[in-house]
Design a protein. Structure first.
Length: 431
């Protein structure tokens, strides 16, 4: 378990300038954390090199680069080498991928489904080797494009790894969103064959890709060091967030966050790299609401607490316009003081407090906890003028913009391999 290290003081302004480069290891999609980093890089006139995870051929299922039409839709140049990671679609020696093994299973069978683990191991080994080969080809291409005497930041954006099998998302929806009669134990899921497969897949996609990235870019690192340039690496973690509870910044976390085991591995990889003299840092960012995070019921609840952190850090009134816009998403009869008391009560209840154990993270869910989260999520969504345009969307933009500023600045002079970005740092950075 990594020692908790919240970023209290913002890093000094970044040294990056025109000619320096931000490289995206992964693919840019809308509404995610990396958008803030890209925006900040543009503010410093940095060159941005984009990548892709590729696409699967509709007929054969084979991984391929983007075609002409897909490249045009992106609107920017891309190093068109597919960086899709994972092994869920990789055939074993007998020709069956892990996803093939799960075909035909009904939802009621998720807890009893059995996998051939020897075949899974074959798929994992083959999938990892294939990814590493593609990543090396990508790295060789990046090495040609990057000036050796400049400063480069490589942003690792790989995350997830949910096996692509029809049964998986309905089962996971029960775990992450179920309550009452639809509650499903995340611990039971994690101990099942489906959960064990998820664990291996999350590790491969979320964590091991960072290790591969560090390995395949070693030659570029050496080249640039000898020529007076530099290379730094950033990665996106999640390990709970400090939010303002009863006027004190306090750590809390969503549960069940089963990807957390892979995020801890990501921290370990960054720590080892940092100890080896590589400028690598994992930033444990606050919760935001995106298409992918929407699978977690109530993930937006701690995000609402940013409203009160912004108020606390608004000592000179410079955040007035941001606060006004944020609160404008709510109905006129929503009282700010009452809303603050409502959220404070939620986070300090005995039920939710049971899921605030840093040493026990990531924690599994419980029936009472999931029901309270679901009820609170539904009730607070009802506070909005337009439920399809909640305040959480606007607050998410603040988070990823602030994180982008913090990450680029820290990448100038990496001081630690793991940082936690709490709501206090987010509020200070947006100023």
């Amino acid at each position: 378990m990594t020692k908790f290290k919240p970023l209290r003081e913002l890093p000094a302004a970044p040294k990056f300038q025109k000619g320096d480069v931000l490289v995206i290891f992964g693919e840019l999609f809308g509404g995610g954390y990396v958008n803030g980093l890209i925006e900040e890089a543009k503010n410093h006139d940095m060159q941005i090199i984009y990548s892709t995870v590729g696409r699967r051929d509709a007929a054969t299922g084979e991984l391929r680069p983007l075609n002409t039409e897909e490249l045009a839709e992106k609107g920017h140049d891309i190093v068109n080498i597919p960086l899709e990671a994972g092994f869920d679609l990789t055939p074993s020696q007998s020709g069956n991928s892990p996803s093939d093994q799960l075909k035909g299973l009904k939802l009621k069978e998720w807890a009893t489904a059995k996998l051939d683990w020897e075949q899974v191991a074959q798929s994992q080994e083959s999938g990892h080797a294939d990814f590493k080969a593609r990543a090396q080809t990508w790295a060789d291409e990046i090495r040609k494009l990057v000036p050796r005497d400049k400063n480069v930041v490589i942003a690792h954006t790989m995350a997830g790894g949910v096996p692509r099998a029809k049964i998986m998302m309905p089962a996971m929806n029960r775990v992450f969103k179920g309550f009452g009669d639809r509650f499903a134990s995340s611990e039971e899921f994690w101990q099942s064959d489906l959960g064990r497969l998820c664990d291996k897949s999350f590790m491969e996609v979320t964590a091991e890709t960072f290790s591969v990235l560090l390995e395949v870019t070693k030659n570029m690192r050496d080249d640039m060091k000898s020529a007076g340039g530099s290379v730094a690496y950033t990665a996106y973690g999640y390990h709970g967030t400090e939010i303002l509870i009863d006027e004190k910044y306090t750590w809390q976390s969503f549960a069940p966050y089963l990807q957390g085991f892979a995020k801890m591995k990501l921290e370990e990889i960054a720590t080892q790299a940092f100890d080896d003299g590589i400028s690598a840092c994992v930033f444990n960012a606050p919760e935001i609401l995106t298409n992918s995070s929407g699978v977690f019921s109530g993930i937006e609840i701690p995000l609402y607490m940013l409203l009160f952190a912004l108020e606390k850090e608004n000592q000179e009134g410079h955040l007035d316009a941001i606060l006004e816009k944020a609160w404008s998403h709510f109905k006129a009869d929503i009282d700010k003081t009452e809303a603050k008391a409502y959220f404070n009560k939620f986070f300090t209840t005995d039920v939710i407090q049971q899921w605030s154990d840093y040493k026990g993270w990531p924690q599994h869910n419980g029936p009472a906890q999931m029901e309270m989260i679901k009820t609170t999520s539904a009730e607070t969504l009802g506070w909005h003028l337009n439920e399809k345009n909640p305040a959480s969307t606007f607050l998410s933009e603040i988070v990823f913009k602030s994180c982008g500023k913090i990450m680029l600045a820290e990448a100038s002079r990496v001081r630690a391999p793991v940082w936690w970005i709490g709501h206090d740092a987010v509020a200070k950075a947006i100023q």
